[in-house]
Design a protein around this ligand. Sequence first.
Ligand code: MF3
Ligand code: CO
Length: 253
Amino acid sequence: MIYLKSDAEIEKIQNAGRIVGNALQELKRIIEPGISLLEIDKIAEDFAYKNKAKPAFKGYHSYPASICLSVNNVVVHGIPNNYVLKSGDILGLDYGIELEGYFGDSAITVPVGDVSPESLQLIEVTRRSLEIGIENATMGSRIGDISYSIQHYVESFSYSVVRNFVGHGIGKKLHEEPPVPNYGLKGKGIKLERGMVLALEPMVNAGGPETLVLADGWTAVTKDGSLSAHFEHTVAITKNGPRILTHPDLSLS
Ligand code: MF3
Ligand code: CO
């Protein structure tokens, strides 16, 4: 069942999403060599409570932290630990909160200190692939149009899109129908309707698409050890086109 949202509900999701965007913007500013993943998790957790919101990931299927922090070859769902970031790392930050019964979910990947041109290009291509996916999230298009546009762009750089994890509907729950793969065919899949709210989240590997989950049950890594990047926005399908609900409130910065 795909649950379509009213305009009032989209506002609610945007109120949640704005907090997520603001948090990621603040976290991005403090990322530098020497900070530990546990310190970042603490700041992410405090940010939610300061804004009268709840970290959405903590306790979700027993996930133990408030944010997912994925370093280098970690694709997604890295669990914050005592690892200390060093110059040259790339860090994925995936964060979600619940506010008054509605959820927002967003992710960015950022360079730590001085990073190789190859790593910067992987980050930029992944960021742009999300933007392209969002441009295709229009009423009357199909899920496959989003999927294809992301895959086509990413593969033109000889990178791979991850298959084992996909985007998702979101709103009154963190994960709702429908799944939104980052690979697929134009014109296939369900039709996008006004009121759908989707978390688009391309995960891009510098090498092959295969992933493995570590013994902790969460941490997903590239099978070939290659670098991976991830970006995500919560997006509403509206009659005026796609509307990103996880932008930071730029008037605060
Ligand atoms: N953005 C991730 C996702 O949509 C966050 C889930 S992490 C979890 O899958 F811990 F909450 F599962
Ligand atoms: Co998500």
